[in-house]
Design a protein around this ligand. Sequence first.
Ligand code: OTU
Length: 644
Amino acid sequence: MQNPEWLTRQAEKSLLRLLPRLEPVLAEMPDRDLFISRLNAYFPTLFSLLHPLYGAQYDFFYHLEQIITTAARMFAARPGELKALDHQREAEPLWFRAENIMGGICYVNLFAGNLNGIRDHIGYFEELGLTYLHLMPLFRAPADHNDGGYAVSSFREVDSALGTIDELAALAAELRQHGISLVLDFVFNHTSDEHDWAKRALKGDPDYQEFYLMFDERPLPDEYEKNLREIFPEQAPGSFTYQPKLDKWVWTTFHTYQWDLNYSNPAVFRAMLEEMLFLANQGVEILRLDAVPFIWKRLGTISESLPEAHLIIRAFNTVMRIAAPALLFKSEAIVHPDDVASYIGWGECPISYNPTLMALLWESLATREVKLLRHSMVKRFPLPDEKSSWVNYVRSHDDIGWSFADEDAAEVRIYSGFDHRRFLNAFYTGEFPGSFAAGIPFNFNPHTLDMRICGTTASLAGLERALSSGDDTLIEYALRRILLIHSVILSAGGIPLLYLGDELATTNYYGYELEAGKAHDSRWVHRPPFDWQRAELRHDTSTIPGRVFQTLRRLIHVRKNTPALAGGAATFFDTRDAHVLGYVRNGEILVLANFSEHARSVRREAIAQHWDAADTALDLTTNETISTDKILLTPYQFMWLRRA
Ligand code: OTU
């Protein structure tokens, strides 16, 4: 590590050397002054991030020049409309923390066939109140094996079955006119083995072989593997794949056809920067950075969340501030909560999934106790940086992993995280006696006995089994569980993210077992084709989809019209009832949530320290006024209370 003054001096010198060399690009730029002023402002930071990564290479300055030239060219190509958005976001950088921000996520083909289909359904997004739409990977990818699009063959071409890149840009603009920001994945840890770079590498091009991590012999991969985690032990055991054409082993953290990029090569950083700016210039407002922990490797370590991974993301972010400042990063790290938090911040990823909350909502439904959820949130909900936000969700397109911290569990006298995870897996696969859930296993690892869970929200919450039992009480409980966990993500601080289809209480889709390319991956059980016939029932609250849809819609409406639900802070506290979660938002709204199928009550003494209770309060979720002396909660009831 160089000392800071030395770095500052080197940065100044480098910039002076760089500026004249940029002249050919700058000369064409009508708004060159803006670019230069941003470059002046951010170059020292960028230099201080890139130097520890690449400074020791003899041609560091060459790469620096390439990186800045890329930024300049992509800035020059940025459409005027998006430059206007840049100004707007710079003036209001914390727009994403507002109470009215509401997210939804879907696959283009499964939800609406293609990009034009998505356009046709903008009305549906508006009906729900969405302002943020995450379309899952929609780029060109191998036909059969593509990990649901997470094996990208071109970051510049939309899968031809879905549409074209121009249609994507047009869609982004149209969504924006409707107040909806487009969110896309940036799968930047790896490319598919059909990406042009991989193809060139396979043909023997040494420059492109340097884009990936390749090994001539097995001993080194073996040495690395001593410390690596297997992500898909069933479908893709190990972390390296032999390429007979090259007689080399290629690093493949995920599937054999997903080749990890080599970020120790600055040419990879530059090339991926260009792809990222290309997407920013199509009108994407938020990029979900996929699998952030894995982008840097070092022998003798687990090669996850190494310091260099942070430097790379920060460096990308800094270039965004120069060339496309409207763009924001969202991190996807489903790891120990300390590591999740390590990516969050204005200079790195201002937005992050909150997998700890997600997993512990399910943990609380299984145990009917909120102690681990409450304790973990007291410790971990506060954001490390004011200029950031959680994305709160109840499930995603991926499996559910029990990524809570064992030390948090021990602190609430759950002494074996291992045993607790085994219980949760038994519960959510329905094996545990009395379980309501109909989940299915994902990637059982016989060595570690680790396993994750798949299933739609409705099936995990008990609706599937309740419907087959025909028992009205069980059906009622299942619906209440679905609404309960959504009420938390809608009222805790951060962006609520709804997996589209869950608003209709969609149960598991077993048809995936018959579909080529899906059968081997049980995550497809919770990625059902969107059922538009079922959606028709949403207007009729006497139906199950109608009940869930209209209740969620109402909650979303309340959330969007309650400024006290903005921002990221929530004060979690002990309600003195083991089953009732409680937190206060911005000193104003008291949220209570009963995680059991029994009536519970919370006494005024338990809340008085945390919330200034009057004798009566208004429950914003029902518009009913209640007495705060002793607050009664029916099975699975939740309340958002404001002083009457
Ligand atoms: C992500 O998930 C995506 O969300 C998955 O759909 C992809 O298959 C995968 O990357 C590869 O691109 O392991 O089980 O800590 O846990 O990135 C899902 C991060 C995953 C990983 C996460 C990964």
